[in-house]
Each structure stands twice: as structure tokens, then as C-alpha cells.
Design a protein around this ligand. Structure first.
Ligand code: HSE
Length: 445
């Protein structure tokens, strides 16, 4: 039997994921080599600062600050440095030097994905990125490969662990957003600047990557409708719980047909939403991630696990490395990107959603009819109305200005009609205030 030469592996970045990848590659190299059919030699680790502290004890002689030279000697380049530049430049250099690339760089893929995929396709190189969405969870390969023979209708996921941790604390412990965020920071889930997580930017990047694969359409991150969780109150979470819902930050990628034109397109959105406590995604606690996929032939599928963490994410990176290395040994084109469908990308206005709207209204005859009239004027059908305790507004005498809380759940309606309804309700004289407006996904409990 012919012995294949060792494959030269270059690693760019030695942060929490990179240092675990290097450690596992050094410790388990022989076992991985048996799976590949060739040795895997870590020839170097490019970093900015050779002496920076690392999560794993790695041989100092592997470190270099000369990324370009390292890349040009490698068969497979693993990019785990993050950020746009110089990661983009280094990946293009690797591709053009004949290497395959493994990356976990969601920000880069969500903004420059097509450029990188085209560059790889031109020279027959492979670009693997299982670690870019969902950490350890195998979701890229299922969408890119396993489901390539099916038509995916919807991908709905919890793809940010920090926000899931925060919302879960609010749900299970009754924490406020601020105190749950402080706990997430203390436990190391949230960064010192938590904006990317709590404002939904991180989830939007992952949603763009998942949607592009699911619908064979290049979806740039700018096309993703994004709302964060900073305005979710403890009261909303508590009320949701009483109604049998849980609040989750969801990334929803779906195939839609425009009601007016009949044209099929896709919509991608990230926002907090109520889902029934009976939905499988409601059981995703703490910082865990999960992605629920609905495909025409396969039906409902769910992928669950650790969405972050150095060791966990290293598993996804090493799986990609084994695939890339096998292809080097066995040849063949591997799995490529497909954007053949090139579907139009619709804005949030084209989406059909349900809302739960909580209002404080003055409690006098005709108010319910007035509010209901506003829904009807905008062709939004009401599924359920619940009126709870009437109470005197603070500072007013009982009987003079009683208020009631109305919780209205709508049927599915175009997002544009729902937003117009909420605007009309907010400016109605009988409405003291709009307490909360949350989208509802899936069935009512
Ligand atoms: N900050 C992300 C999260 C992990 O909280 O899920 C990296 O994508």
C-alpha cells in the first residue's frame, strides 16, 4: 500500500478554540491520521503575540507571527483568528496557494461569503465552516450535504448562547435583563461589550449563513431583519410563562410566497419571540443552542448542543479538518456551495407572523369594541383576547379611571398589517399604554 505523505496543517489564531484545536491535533494526531489515511502535521500557529497566555500548553516553537509564509507551505489552513481583515486576505492567499481552508469565522462568511466561495470554486479548493454557526452542533454539513436532495422550508434556531442564557435566567429565576446579563458576564458567556450578542448581530450573521445554505441563495447579513433582547422585561417573561409561552431569541429563515405576485423568495429574521413551552426549542436551556429544520421530505429535524466553548467548537473544526484532509488524499471535488436558486430576499414586511399585544386600556363600555375595530380595519384577525384585573390608575380615585389589561393574540397576518395595527392601537385615546408587543412563533399552547 502506498503511504501518503504527511499533510501540512497551518493554524491561524490560538484563542479559546484555536488552542484546543492545536492541543487535540497534537494529542490525537495518530488517531485522526488513521481516519484520513495520511499523517496530519501541525506545521505552525500564526498569532499576533507569540508570548500571549494560551488556554493550552503548546510547544513554543510552533508559534510564528509570519502568517503569510506559514500559509504558503500548508495543505490545509485552519483560520480561527476571527474578524474581517486580515482573515479574508489570509483565506484568499491559502486558496490561491492550493490549500483547502477550514474556518469558524461567521462575521467574514456572512459579509464576504460569495467572494470566498467563488475564489475556492475557481481553483477547486474547499472551504469548510462547520464551526461558524452553532459551535459544536453539526448543522452546516446537514444543510450543505445531507439535505441537499430535499427542499428546506424553514430553519428556526436558537443560535446565540449568551442571549439564551439571559432569557432562560429571566424565565427560570425571575431575573431582570440587567441582572441576568451580569450573571452571563460573570460566568464568561457574555463579552465585556455584549452588544454583538444582546442586540442580535451574532445571531444575524449565523442566520445569514444558515439561510444561504438552506435556500441555495446568497443571503448577505444586511438582508437579515434584526432585533435584540435588551427591551425584554421581567414582566413580559412572567406574563409569557403564565400564558404557556417562553421568550426566546429566534433566528428564522423561511421560504415565502409573495401573496401579491406569487413569487417565491426567502425571509431571514432575528428577533425575540414567544414560543409554546411545548415546542422542542422551549426545552433549550442555559447557553445551549438548537436548530429546528423543516424540510419537505424529511419533515421536522432538530439539532441541539453547545453553541460555543473552545473545546466544543474545536470538535467541529477537527471534523472539517478530517474532511479536508481526506479529500486531499482521495481527491475529488468535495461538497461545494450552491446558490443556483438565487431566490429574491424579502424584507420583514412580507413575513406572516402572529403577535401577542398587551395593552393597558381605560375600563369603560365600548373600549374593547374600539380596539377590536382597529384590528379589523387592518384585516388582522384576533385569535384570543384575555382581560385581566381591572385596577385604578395610581393617583386617581377608584371608579374614576379604572384600567384593564388586555392581552390580544392575533392569527397569522402580514407583518406590515400587524405593525400598522399596533401603531393605530398606540395612538387610540382609550389605550393608556402598550405594555408589550411580541411575535408568536408556532402553535398556541
Ligand atoms: N457569543 C456567541 C454566543 C458564541 O453567545 O452564542 C460565539 O458565536
Amino acid at each position: 500500500m502506498i503511504e501518503y505523505r504527511n499533510l501540512r496543517i497551518a493554524l491561524l489564531g490560538a484563542g479559546s478554540v484555536g488552542s484546543q484545536v492545536a492541543r487535540l491535533l497534537l494529542e490525537q494526531g495518530e488517531e485522526l491520521a488513521s481516519r484520513v489515511g495520511a499523517g496530519l502535521e501541525l506545521i505552525g500557529i500564526a498569532v499576533r503575540d507569540v508570548d500571549a497566555p494560551r488556554d493550552a500548553d503548546l510547544p513554543r516553537e510552533l508559534f510564528t507571527t509570519d502568517a503569510r509564509t506559514l500559509i504558503q507551505s500548508a495543505d490545509v489552513v485552519i483560520e480561527l483568528m476571527g474578524g474581517i481583515e486580515p482573515a479574508r486576505e489570509y483565506i484568499l492567499l491559502a486558496i490561491n496557494s492550493g490549500a483547502d481552508v477550514v474556518t469558524g469565522n461567521k462575521a467574514l462568511l456572512a459579509t464576504h461569503g460569495p467572494e470566498l466561495f467563488d475564489a475556492a470554486a475557481q481553483v477547486g479548493a474547499q472551504l469548510y465552516y462547520e464551526a461558524a454557526a452553532g459551535g459544536a452542533i453539526p448543522i452546516i454539513r446537514p444543510l450543505r450535504d445531507s439535505l441537499a436532495g430535499d427542499r428546506v422550508r424553514r430553519v428556526m434556531g436558537i443560535v446565540n448562547g449568551t442571549t439564551n442564557f439571559i432569557l432562560d435566567r429571566m424565565d427560570t429565576e425571575g431575573d431582570t435583563f440587567e441582572s441576568a446579563l451580569a450573571t452571563a458576564t460573570a460566568l464568561g458567556y457574555a463579552e465585556a461589550d455584549p452588544t454583538a450578542d444582546v442586540e442580535g448581530y451574532d445571531a444575524a450573521q449565523k442566520a445569514a449563513i444558515l439561510a444561504s445554505l438552506a435556500f441555495h441563495t446568497a443571503v448577505p447579513v444586511e438582508a437579515v431583519h434584526r432585533e435584540g433582547i435588551t427591551s425584554i422585561t421581567a414582566g413580559e417573561v412572567e406574563a409569557a410563562k403564565r400564558a404557556g409561552f417562553v421568550v426566546k431569541l429566534l433566528a428564522i429563515c423561511e421560504r415565502l410566497t409573495d401573496a401579491q405576485t406569487g413569487v417565491e423568495g426567502v425571509s431571514v429574521r432575528v428577533h425575540p419571540a414567544l414560543i409554546s413551552r411545548l415546542h422542542p426549542l422551549a426545552a433549550v436551556h442555559g447557553a445551549k443552542n438548537a436548530v429546528f429544520v423543516q424540510a419537505e421530505a424529511a419533515g421536522d429535524l432538530m439539532f441541539y448542543g453547545a453553541g460555543a466553548g473552545g473545546l466544543e467548537t474545536a470538535s467541529a473544526v477537527l471534523g472539517d479538518l478530517v474532511s479536508a484532509a481526506r479529500r486531499h488524499v482521495a481527491g475529488g471535488p468535495g461538497v461545494g456551495e450552491s446558490t443556483h436558486a438565487n431566490l429574491p430576499i424579502f424584507g420583514i414586511g412580507a413575513v406572516n407572523t402572529r403577535y401577542q399585544i398587551t395593552l393597558q386600556v381605560t375600563d369603560k363600555p365600548g373600549v374593547l369594541a374600539q380596539v377590536a375595530g382597529l384590528f379589523s380595519e387592518h384585516s388582522v384577525s384576533v385569535e384570543a383576547v384575555q382581560q385581566t384585573v381591572a385596577s385604578a390608575e395610581p393617583g386617581r380615585s377608584p371608579g374614576e379611571a379604572l384600567t384593564a389589561t388586555l392581552v390580544i393574540v392575533t392569527h397569522e397576518a402580514p407583518e406590515a398589517a400587524l405593525s400598522a395595527t399596533v401603531a393605530a392601537v398606540s395612538s387610540n385615546d382609550a389605550v393608556v399604554r402598550v405594555e408589550s408587543v411580541l411575535r408568536v412563533e408556532g402553535d398556541t399552547p
